[in-house]
Ligand binder design. Structure first.
Ligand code: SF4
Length: 508
């Protein structure tokens, strides 16, 4: 292997009772930026009788395990971390690469058990239900030992799946039945990955994780807020935070085990950690670099920004979602444009010279004026002092209705309207060189919106799209075969009486 990794674990295959392939259906660089991969790798390998190796959707590794160059079918269990719906196709392509039957019904005792987890399948597992043997709904920590014991002790596939059905938070989709989400009450009781794997590559390498050689530090889980479009806000409740003293212990141990000098704060609502300032102080006063990927505008203050700047952060990221205050209020985000401007002013006065703003187009009730308001807000932020070319970066996604959110009944906006609104935004931004615009691809949004609310009928499309190579044109071919209009399904508005494929999943 040409990539040297620090903290890689290699075990003797003859000395363990369970061989687990931890699969991430995207490239190495993306997978190694996912804290769940580090956590599962460590939790599984901590068990003396269990071996865990990583497999990425990475041409370099030819879809073989990083640790021993083995194919998926060599393992007893293959576990997939499915963070996003767009990963479903790669998940199937990974099974195909190893000649594992893609449908659960076609597997027997000679095949590995296929299990999946992650935000996308936790909120609506049905599109992949026929393709997996079991799905973890919610958080794995409270149930991981029960699951591993069942894998080890079961005589055969049938008894294993029967046993798994009795574990809270595990869904065995050969039957449809109510499943309650698994979640950990106190984050202080949840193991944190400390021996994170650090690739010994240059920052310019395509194998360098997105944040570089860094220690990923999860300080919160869930979110205090309830934006009506947000999967995180509704599927990972309640908001939980790690205590400062636990964070300090994790950092001390983590740095000793990894030897890196940069900490990336992880947590969808991390900036609401009640002791965030102390956490940053601890990191920066230890001479380490720090990065917080996104902050809530209202909590931005001088003290925290000065700490971030001292810790090497050069960009502040905020998520106003829209430029219109009335629309923002409607989507459940309680933030004024002045809050965004004030945060930008503080950041600029403290030495931040780049600002990144997340917006969404196609939100329910959005008008063309709301699109103009995105540009207006971006311009007002630039006027604060961000005057260099591309110093205000807009990352614009398209509203995707997500299961278990108050907006789950809305459809994706009509693609022709989306196209014209994106065009309008592009035209407005093109006139201001301080502003850079990146917009999600429309066809990807259509496929994602279809998958996020689909039922089991989507499985055959996913399989066909995978067999045809996984590209957007592959989806078109799959769509024709299935005689389904993905766009019509994605844009359909559901009524309160409509059947929801994810109705048996209880995330509350
Ligand atoms: S969008 Fe952000 S603030 Fe709103 S619920 Fe989601 S994670 Fe929380």
């Amino acid at each position: 292997m040409l990539i040297k990794e620090f903290n890689i674990v290699k075990k003797n295959w003859r000395e363990v009772d369970l061989k687990f392939a931890l699969c991430y259906p995207s490239v190495y660089r993306v997978g190694m930026t996912c804290l769940a991969v580090h956590l599962l790798y460590e939790l599984l390998n901590m068990r003396r009788n269990v071996l865990c190796e990583r497999v990425f959707f990475e041409p370099y590794f030819n879809m073989r395990s990083v640790e021993s160059n083995r194919v998926l079918s060599d393992f007893d269990v293959v576990g997939f971390s499915l963070q996003y719906e767009v990963d479903y196709v790669n998940f199937v392509r990974m099974l195909l690469s190893s000649n594992i039957p893609v449908y659960s019904r076609d597997r027997d005792d000679s095949h590995p058990i296929v299990i999946a987890g992650g935000p996308a399948v936790s909120s609506n597992p049905e599109p992949v239900a026929p393709l997996v043997d079991a799905i973890v709904i919610g958080e794995l920590e409270p149930i991981i030992d029960d699951i591993l014991n069942i894998f080890i002790d079961s005589e055969d596939r049938e008894s294993c799946l029967d046993e798994l059905m009795s574990v809270r938070g595990v869904y065995v989709p050969r039957n449809i039945y109510p499943v309650k989400r698994s979640w950990i009450k106190s984050l202080d009781d949840a193991h944190h990955a400390v021996a994170q794997i650090i690739p010994q590559v240059r920052s310019s390498s395509r194998f360098s994780p997105i944040f570089g050689r860094a220690f990923l530090l999860e300080v919160t889980r869930g979110c205090k807020w309830a934006c009506k479009f947000c999967l995180e806000g509704f599927n990972y409740r309640p908001f939980r935070e790690r205590s400062l003293h636990v964070i300090e212990e994790i950092l001390d141990e983590g740095l000793r085990r990894t030897g890196v000098d940069k900490i990336v704060i992880i947590g969808s609502d991390a900036s609401d950690h009640s002791e965030l300032e102390d956490v940053c102080e601890y990191i920066v006063s230890s001479g380490l670099k720090i990065s917080i990927p996104s902050m809530r505008a209202k909590v931005v203050d001088e003290k925290i920004i000065k700490l971030l700047v001292k810790g090497g952060q050069r960009t502040l990221t905020l998520a106003p979602e829209t430029g219109s205050e009335s629309l923002r209020h409607y989507i459940g985000k309680f933030l004024s444009n002045q809050d965004v401007i004030d945060a930008a002013k503080i950041a600029y006065s403290c030495g931040i010279r780049n600002i990144k703003l997340y917006f969404i187009v196609g939100l329910p009730n959005e008008t063309e004026d709301d699109i103009k308001s995105i540009f207006d807000l971006a311009r007002r932020v630039a006027d604060v002092g961000f005057s260099f070319p591309r110093s205000v970066r807009l990352t614009v996604s398209i509203f995707i209705p997500k299961a278990h959110t108050p907006f789950q009944w809305y459809g994706l906006e009509d693609p022709s309207i989306l196209r014209s609104r994106i065009k309008l935004l592009r035209r407005l931004c093109a006139g201001d060189r301080r502003i850079e615009l990146r917009v999600m691809r429309l066809r990807e949004a259509v496929i994602q919106a279809f998958l996020s609310r689909a039922g089991r009928e989507a499985a055959s499309l996913i399989v066909d799209a995978a067999k045809f190579g996984g590209s957007l044109s592959a989806w078109r071919r799959a769509e024709k075969i299935a005689k389904i209009s993905i766009e019509r399904e994605a844009t359909s508005v559901k009524s309160l009486e409509d059947y929801l494929p994810w109705g048996h999943i209880e995330v509350a």
